[in-house]
Design a protein around this ligand. Sequence first.
Ligand SMILES: NC(=O)c1ccc[n+]([C@@H]2O[C@H](COP(=O)([O-])OP(=O)(O)OC[C@H]3O[C@@H](n4cnc5c(N)ncnc54)[C@H](O)[C@@H]3O)[C@@H](O)[C@H]2O)c1
Length: 282
Amino acid sequence: MSRILVVGSGQMGSGIAETAARHDFDVWLWDSASEQAKKALGNMRSRLDRQVQKGQIDPATLEQILNKIVIPPSLQSVPSVDLVIEAIVEKEADKVTVFQQLGELFDTATVLASNTSSISISRLGRYVPHPERVIGMHFMNPVPVMRLVEVIAGTLTSHDTVERVLAWAKIMDKTAVTVQDYPGFVSNRILMPMINEAVFVLQEGVADKEAIDTVMKFGMNHPMGPLTLADFIGLDTCLSIMEVLYEGFADSKYRPAPLLRKMVDAGLLGRKSGRGFYDYTT
Ligand SMILES: NC(=O)c1ccc[n+]([C@@H]2O[C@H](COP(=O)([O-])OP(=O)(O)OC[C@H]3O[C@@H](n4cnc5c(N)ncnc54)[C@H](O)[C@@H]3O)[C@@H](O)[C@H]2O)c1
C-alpha cells in the first residue's frame, strides 16, 4: 500500500491523515508545533470513538486506523514516501520554505502535493527540483465527510503526476475534478467572494449575522450560512484566500472586507479559536 506524509496537522491535515489511514495508506503526520500532531491524534480518537458508539465502525477498525498513523520525531526522520500532502497555514512564504525542504528530502519518485486553497501551484513548483511532480490536491473540510478533491495541475505538472494523484484520490473514495492553476482555482474563486460579500453585508448593517445566514440557508438551500461557514473554515484562511484573489487578478472586486481583516487582527478566527462571527466557548 502507498506511503504518505502529511505536513501540518490542523483541521485539514488531521482529516487527510485520518482519511488516508482509513483507506489503508501508511501515514506519517508531521507538524512543526510539537504538541499539535499529538493533539490531532487525540481529537481523531475522540471522533472515531463517537462513531464506535453509534455503531458506524467497530473498535478493531478504530485501532487499525490509528495504528496506521505515525508521528515522526522530525521531518528528516520520515522514510521515503510515494506522496506528500502539505497542509500548513495558507501563507505562501511558509509553504515555499516547506516545499524547499521537501524538494531536498524526497527524490523525484515522490509526488509533492499542496492542499492550498488558493496559492499558485506553479509558483510552489519553482522551489523544488523537478517541478513536474508538484501538484495541488485540495480536499474539502471536513475531509472524512466531503467527497470532492480539486486536483490542480501547475504549468509544469506532468500528466503522470496528475494520473497518480487521481488514482490515489479514488482509493480514498473521493471524487476528483482536475482544474487549471488560477488564483482560488474553481472552488474558492466562487465560494470566497460570496463569503466576503456576506461580511460586507454584515459590516454595512444591512442585516445581522443570523439573518444573513438564514437567507442563504433557507432561501438558497445552502447547508449552512456563509458566516457560519467562514467560522468553520477559519477567518485567517478566508482572509488569506481573498488576498490571493485580490493580488492574483489585480481586481478590486476581490478586496477583503475590512471587518474580516479586523476580526483576524483581533484573533477571532472562528471555531478553531473559540470565537468568530459566533461564539463557540459555551
Ligand atoms: N479550513 C478549511 O476549511 C480548508 C479547506 C480546504 C483547504 N484548506 C487549506 O488547508 C491548509 C491548512 O488549513 P487548516 O484549516 O488545516 O489550518 P490550521 O490552522 O487548522 O492548521 C495549520 C497547521 O499547520 C501547522 N504548521 C504551520 N507551519 C508549519 C510548518 N512549517 N511545518 C509543519 N506544520 C506547520 C500548524 O502548527 C497547524 O497545526 C491551508 O492551506 C488552507 O488554505 C483549508
